[in-house]
Design a protein. Structure first.
Length: 262
């Protein structure tokens, strides 16, 4: 059970240079949930995806390191969202107009593996949230948000009281819910700042939203290796968790910096 949940809760990443295949895959009984994506170039080619042209030719063109397309996320959603696996060849034609002709680009993708069957429960601030599974089944937390989301919650309508609608979320909600409920048949917790801290400005009404699944003996079956095309040595494994290895740390930092600048 612990092995299955560790696979589900991980954030996965993959990257591919122009002319290479990107391949995303999830374990048995889960599907791909795209978190974010980037296509373009924001670092020099000697750091990631070296130029395919001879060095003498490469020196004749000025490499663009502020190059990106706005259709990357939507393309990944169209190709891979809610599927167990997907793979395709990366090139600028997939994303519409080439934002920087003559510059080699790459695709970065971050995703999670979402259980095929899951439940969602919401508790308004200071109310108690109760989770339970049938006999012989236990709880597996997929996600948890404590705070105020932009879309709000139908169960906990927002009363402005003269304050603007601001999104704010606890950074520790998921870890706390896993610690409190993981592997148990039932559990309860108050949706309070005492438990989760206060991620919002004073006076902002918050809620706790938890997505979980119940299972009795989940088995992590091996991913079908025959479906994936051969990747070059410069591509990372699609099942590599974020933060493992220098290259993945670099990619994570790149996306964070790009999101901040945007």
């Amino acid at each position: 059970f612990a092995g299955y949940i560790s696979q589900v809760l991980k954030n996965y990443s993959d990257h591919a240079c122009d002319g290479e295949y990107v391949s995303l895959r999830c374990p048995h009984r889960t599907t791909i949930s795209i978190q974010s994506s980037f296509y373009g170039r924001i670092v020099p080619s000697h750091q990631l995806c070296p130029s395919r042209y001879p060095h003498s030719y490469a020196t004749l063109i000025k490499e663009d390191v502020a190059c990106s397309v706005g259709t990357s996320l939507q393309k990944m959603l169209d190709e891979c969202q809610d599927r167990r696996s997907c793979q395709f060849l990366v090139n600028s034609r997939l994303f519409g107009t080439d934002p920087c002709p003559g510059t080699g680009k790459y695709l970065l993708v971050w995703y999670k593996c979402r259980p095929n069957e899951y439940k969602s429960k919401v508790a308004c601030e200071d109310d108690k949230l109760r989770l339970s599974c049938k006999k012989s089944m236990v709880i597996a937390i997929y996600s948890a948000i404590f705070g105020r989301t932009q879309g709000g919650s139908l169960e906990c309508p927002y009363q402005s009281l003269g304050m603007p609608m601001i999104e704010c979320q606890s950074a520790t909600a998921l870890q706390l819910m896993i610690k409190r409920c993981h592997g148990k048949r039932s559990c309860s917790i108050y949706a309070s700042t005492y438990e989760f801290g206060d991620p919002c400005y004073p006076g902002i009404q918050k809620h706790l939203n938890v997505i979980y699944t119940c299972d009795n003996s989940p088995v992590l079956l091996p991913v079908d290796e025959t479906e994936a095309p051969a990747l070059s040595s410069s591509s990372s494994s699609s099942m590599e968790p974020v933060g493992v290895g220098t290259e993945m740390a670099l990619l994570s930092n790149l996306l964070a910096a790009y999101a901040f600048i945007t």
